[in-house]
Design a protein around this ligand. Structure first.
Ligand code: ADP
Ligand code: MG
Length: 330
């Protein structure tokens, strides 16, 4: 995804970290402050417009700290994360976990229900056998897939928000919140900007974007979705104000064996990486919803995906199929 429409009057680099640009927003002169860090296994970029340079720098720093905090809670790579603890113990006994994790699990189950199981955070053991966790991708044999599928299924998650506990009904079950956690983090980072008085800004966590307020000149944020087959071309541009957008694709995280591409989004029914779609972009009210729904529609495919989209309020969808068809809803 790329961002357009930022008339830059001049650009200077400050402290080697922040990019500061003076722009005209409405009548007053404001500063665009922008910083990029590597977080949640991706590039995170946060920018905001403000007439108060120090406040903008502090707001961005606090938003990154919040993202880092969320990464520590949800990481599947960090043994001490809340998610790792659940994965180690919940198959053996009921475990207590913090409310933030349990409520994101609850909202993930909501997406499982509305998608008839296409979205399913219990794909974790499948992610492992396909080598997406340790990045040693290989094609498992059908027997291994069938065997692993026995521990997959969101019905295996027994949640109790009242007593803040979780248990897996299957010993081998594990969860992976990779299809929703970056969207959730983008929303929280945006909330931190707002709590610092920022009215206009953009949070981009590896393609999970929240567009807060307006861009320069009081215009909506213009988010262009790149054509992955031709990076110089745009598939479509979205005009967003206080809205989020997310893209799920098979062109950034995937592996190829024998000329065939295997995406990191797995069909929880077949146990195999999804095929047929190159990318799905969803615009929605929150980055969490856009993130989850882009993964959902990637799994469902264009026909079922668009049907589901029609039943959800205030979303826009853009699908690029492997046949080169571009489908936009509405
Ligand atoms: P990205 O991580 O590139 O932003 P997505 O938001 O589409 O991409 O999420 C893909 C991630 O979601 C995978 O890396 C994995 O962690 C998880 N995942 C894979 N298949 C599913 C699925 N069927 N349901 C829910 N989550 C999934
Ligand atoms: Mg997603």
């Amino acid at each position: 995804m790329i961002l357009k429409s930022t008339p830059q009057l001049f650009l200077k680099r400050c402290g080697g970290l922040y990019f500061l640009v003076f722009v005209l927003t409405g009548c007053s002169q404001e500063l665009l402050v922008k910083e990029t860090r590597v977080l949640m296994d991706t590039y995170a970029e946060i920018s905001c417009y403000s007439s108060d340079r120090n406040n903008a720098i502090n707001a961005i720093d606090a938003a990154f700290k919040e993202t880092k905090r969320i990464e520590k809670v949800f990481s599947k790579f960090d043994e001490d994360s809340e998610v790792s603890k659940i994965n180690r113990l919940a198959g053996l006994e009921k475990v207590n976990a913090n409310e933030e994790v349990l409520s994101l699990i609850e909202r993930s189950i909501y997406y499982s229900k509305i998608s008839d199981g296409a979205f399913d955070i219990t794909v974790a053991p499948l992610m492992e056998i396909w080598g997406f966790v340790r990045k040693h991708q290989s094609i498992p044999d059908r027997g291994a897939i069938e065997n692993t599928l026995k521990s997959v299924g969101y019905h295996n998650i027994e949640l109790n928000l009242g007593e803040l506990s979780i248990r897996f009904l299957n010993r081998g079950a594990k969860i992976d919140l990779g299809g929703i956690a970056k969207g959730y983090a983008a929303d929280r980072a945006k909330d931190i900007l707002v709590s610092h008085g920022i009215k206009n800004g953009l949070v981009n966590l590896g393609g999970n974007i929240y567009a807060l307020g307006k861009a320069s000149g009081g215009r909506s944020w213009n988010i262009g979705v790149q054509d992955p087959r031709n990076k110089g071309k745009l598939l479509k541009s979205f005009e967003l104000t206080n809205k989020a957008i997310s893209t799920s694709g098979n062109y950034e995280r995937f592996f190829e064996i024998g000329g065939k591409r295997y995406s990191h989004i797995i069909n929880p029914v077949s146990g195999e990486p999804c095929q047929g779609i190159i990318s799905v972009t969803v615009a929605a009210d929150s980055a969490e919803e856009a993130d989850a729904l882009s993964t959902v529609i990637f799994v469902l495919g264009e026909e079922k995906g668009i049907n589901l989209a029609k039943s959800i309020k205030d979303i826009e969808v853009l699908i690029l199929t492997e046949e080169g068809e571009i489908i936009a809803y509405p």
